[in-house]
Write a protein that binds this ligand. Structure first.
Ligand SMILES: Nc1nc2c(c(=O)[nH]1)N[C@H]1C(S)=C(S)[C@@H](COP(=O)(O)OP(=O)(O)OC[C@H]3O[C@@H](n4cnc5c(=O)[nH]c(N)nc54)[C@H](O)[C@@H]3O)O[C@H]1N2
Ligand SMILES: Nc1nc2c(c(=O)[nH]1)N[C@H]1C(S)=C(S)[C@@H](COP(=O)(O)OP(=O)(O)OC[C@H]3O[C@@H](n4cnc5c(=O)[nH]c(N)nc54)[C@H](O)[C@@H]3O)O[C@H]1N2
Ligand SMILES: [Mo]
Length: 736
């Protein structure tokens, strides 16, 4: 409330927060956690961090032409992300002409023409990149990918490439669909909930309410994390007065303080122990019927994990054998298990294999497609899953492209496009020349900051469709555009009537979202309107796509979504239902697995603990309690005891002693990567913290300069933001 009142004032605070996540209100933009059923919502159906996200958008501060006249690009380049974000909402379309030091105002029409001219001047459509951040609505996302493909490219990198891509790849391969298989009701009914690589107290606070209900119903919770995250260990429902993470009930029944990257080994050991328990008490642990009917590959998997190398497991996990046995016993004792995970799993080299190991254990016990059980990747951005459903994907399958082509009468390009990492390489190597960002802050969110910034600066044109100022406006192409857009909380009167949009949460539930606040400026346009403007200026009436009609009535877009997107038949009608509808998910709905084998797939992955060279540390880059990705709300991280600063490194006391440092010392972080490039992030304060020896943690995006562009998860190409090898230098020691 403090932040909301400061930024929005009392009237806007009340009107905004009371509509947040309500059936006829707007969807919270802070995370993808689902909403309770329509009749079961609280008057205040939001969390502290949702309120911060709304305040950040609802701020009274404005960034208009005077601001840009006053601040040059080189001035802005020296500002922190925190400072840039706090300047307020963008109000005018602005252009940076080639060579200019300042942005200047431009009309919408001229801006659209400028984009069209640049795109049409390219040698090939594949020289353009169409990036999406996960806040974009389904309607805008659908039109955006339609535009990119009608223009002629599949270059649709998105934030998912840096986020849950490993999940999408691992699940698609094994269960045939890259999405989680549970509903909120399953969480409530589970008797074991596993939470690995996730900090819900900060990033998905409403998940704690669901865990609390599950606990009340008798569930046990197993938390797996290098850090003792406050919300996982203690939680008091914030819907009750004075409820906060860090107090109240003990949530986790068992906490495994695992070494970074150790989860693959842990889950192989759990599989091993479950098979052993089954041998001792046949029929008690393994679901033979499920395995026989619904899976392939069991024998090879069982042979692999029976032959487990415990030394490797203990080295990889840093856990003791009794700890692992206790966890395995929790699995063996449970009848309904939900396994949840987030970035602590997906942003590692072995992420895809780890997720496949989660699937192995779930298949072993038949924990997919029954009430109270399933796989629960917890998505980040509020509509990141929906964007993918709508076709924001550089590798959309042919079936999707066929349907799109048939609906709009053109042949979409088939060659796979560039993902986020490939996009940076493409810009660096001169293969990509125009970058359009539908939301987000690509420059700051991506790895290898110095390289990424140079790549973006080399672009002929960068375009950012944004609500607030960020580094991607400052580090821009030779010509650059800022196109200011409406946020989720704001009334959208595009086409002269009140429009609403739709979103999909982490559990495939789709529903409408409608903002009611007065827009931050008179010139703001909706994302849909902006895409239609750019598309018209670029494509004219190519293929007869009715961009005008789409921008007049979003139901027209929903009609098309219903005819193109699998499982979305009758979309325009279905979303009119209170609370929306849930998209089909074959494994969840009917235990059918649309893989090539037609069944769920057990897989075998090699287990080898990655050893860190002596004197070096593994750095994981995480979020504080006071940020949303690259948007920094404030400089505290309350649950971890950090105040008034973000340049801190959490480190084990034994590492401190061994490396000759003390708590409070200032250090520079120096990256260690095989390409010999020196990557540094300077001036961090060391903070003694409970983290496994050899594993340190610091905040993102400040540490993105340390993540090498080529350091990616196998198969998913996701930057390894949770596995960066660094060494510490006394601050300033070797700087020129
Ligand atoms: N308030 C707020 N909400 C958000 C966001 C935000 O920035 N602020 N961001 C949104 C987005 S886009 C996303 S993707 C999600 C992110 O949600 P999270 O994934 O919870 O975010 P991170 O801060 O990256 O936390 C990663 C967690 O994994 C743990 N971890 C790291 N390495 C390992 C490992 O090897 N094994 C295990 N078991 N654990 C490990 C870390 O200690 C940490 O607890 O949150 C979304 N919601
Ligand atoms: N080192 C490291 N790097 C990471 C991660 C990590 O854990 N560690 N996490 C990765 C993850 S999980 C993700 S998802 C990415 C996030 O990458 P992005 O999604 O690109 O970044 P955000 O910071 O969420 O984007 C914030 C910007 O979005 C704009 N915005 C906000 N609301 C709206 C809206 O309604 N419409 C439009 N058009 N624009 C809007 C604002 O201008 C704001 O400045 O970062 C990734 N990078
Ligand atoms: Mo994310």
């Amino acid at each position: 409330m403090k932040m909301a009142l400061q930024q929005m004032g009392p009237a806007r605070t009340a009107s905004s927060l009371l509509r947040l996540n309500q059936v006829d209100g707007f969807d919270c933009m802070s995370c993808a956690w689902p909403d309770p059923a329509p009749g079961e919502r609280h008057t205040a159906e939001f969390c502290e961090n949702g309120a911060k996200a709304v305040s950040e958008e609802g701020t009274k501060e404005r960034v208009g032409p005077e601001f840009f006249a006053e601040h040059s690009l080189s001035d802005l380049a020296n500002r922190t992300e925190y400072w840039l974000g706090k300047r307020g909402r963008l109000t005018h379309p602005m252009v940076r002409r080639e060579g200019a030091e300042h942005y200047e105002p431009i009309s919408w029409d001229d801006a659209f023409t400028l984009v069209g001219e640049h795109l049409n001047a390219l040698t090939s459509p594949d020289e353009a990149l169409f990036y999406t951040s996960g806040r974009t609505s389904n309607e805008a996302a659908f039109l955006y990918q339609l535009f990119a493909r009608a223009f002629g490219t599949n270059n649709l990198p998105d934030c998912s490439n840096m986020c849950h891509e490993s999940t999408s790849v691992g699940l698609a391969e094994t269960i045939g669909i890259g999405k989680g298989s549970v509903s909120l009701a399953d969480i409530h009914k589970a008797d074991l909930i596993v939470v690995s690589g996730q900090n819900p107290g900060t990033n998905h606070p409403r998940m704690l309410s669901a865990l609390e209900i599950a606990k009340h119903n008798g569930a046990k919770i197993l938390a797996i994390n290098p850090l003792r995250e406050a919300g996982l260990l203690r939680f008091d429902n914030p819907q009750k007065p004075l409820g906060l993470a860090g107090r109240g009930t003990e949530l986790a029944d068992c906490f495994l303080q695992i070494r970074s990257g150790g989860d693959l080994a842990l889950f192989q050991a759990i599989g091993h122990l479950l098979l052993k328990a089954e041998e001792e008490r046949p029929g008690s642990v393994v679901d033979r019927e499920f395995i026989d009917q619904h899976t392939v590959g069991y024998e090879a998997y069982a042979a692999h994990v029976r032959d487990l190398d415990w030394d490797e497991v203990l080295a990889a996990t840093g856990l003791t054998r009794p700890e692992i046995e206790t966890a395995a016993q929790m699995f063996a004792d449970a009848k309904r298990i939900v396994n949840c995970w987030a970035m602590g799993i997906t942003q590692h080299h072995n992420a895809v294999a780890t997720i496949k190991e989660f699937v192995n254990v779930a298949l072993l016990q038949g924990m997919i497609g029954k009430p109270g059980a399933g796989l629960c990747p917890v998505r980040g951005h509020s509509n990141v899953q929906g964007d993918r459903t709508m076709g924001i994907w550089e590798r959309s399958p042919d079936s999707f492209l066929d349907a799109l082509g048939a609906e709009f009468g053109f042949e979409p390009p088939r060659e796979h496009g560039m993902d986020a990492v490939a996009a940076v390489r493409g810009l660096r190597d001169g293969k990509a020349k125009v970058f359009i960002g539908m939301g987000g802050n690509f420059v700051a969110a991506m790895s290898d900051t110095e390289l990424t910034e140079a790549a973006l600066r080399s672009a002929e044109l960068t375009v950012q469709v944004s609500t607030k100022l960020n580094r991607s406006h400052v580090v821009c192409g030779k010509t650059a555009l800022i196109l200011p857009t409406l946020g989720r909380t704001e009334r959208d009167l595009t086409g002269g009537t009140e429009q609403r949009v739709t979103v999909e949460d982490s559990m495939s539930a789709v529903h409408a979202s409608r903002g009611r606040n007065k827009p931050a400026g008179e010139l703001l346009r909706s994302e849909v309107d902006i895409i239609c403007g750019v598309a018209r200026a670029t494509l004219g009436d190519r293929y007869g796509i009715p961009w005008h009609a789409f921008a007049k009535d979003y139901d027209e877009i929903r009609e098309r979504i219903g005819r193109v997107v699998p499982g979305a038949e009758g979309y325009a009608e279905k979303i009119k239902k209170r609370g929306g509808f849930t998209l089909p998910h074959p494994p969840r709905d009917s235990r059918s697995f649309p893989t090539t084998a037609g069944k769920a797939v057990f897989s075998v992955s090699p287990l080898a603990a990655v050893r860190v060279p002596a004197g070096k540390l593994v750095l994981q880059t995480i979020r504080s309690h006071d940020q949303f990705n690259t948007t920094i709300y404030g400089l505290d991280d309350r649950y971890r005891g950090i105040h008034s600063g973000r340049r801190v490194v959490f480190i084990n006391s034994a590492d401190l002693a061994e490396l000759g440092f003390a708590d409070g010392d200032m250090v520079d972080l120096v990256g260690e990567w095989s390409d010999g490039v020196v990557r540094r992030a300077n001036d961090f304060r060391l903070v003694t913290y409970s983290t496994p020896k050899g594993c340190v943690a610091a905040y993102y995006p400040e540490t993105n300069p340390l993540v090498p562009l080529d350091s990616v998860a196998l198969q998913s190409n996701t930057p390894t933001s949770k596995w960066v090898i660094v060494r510490l230098e006394r601050a300033g020691q070797s700087r020129d």
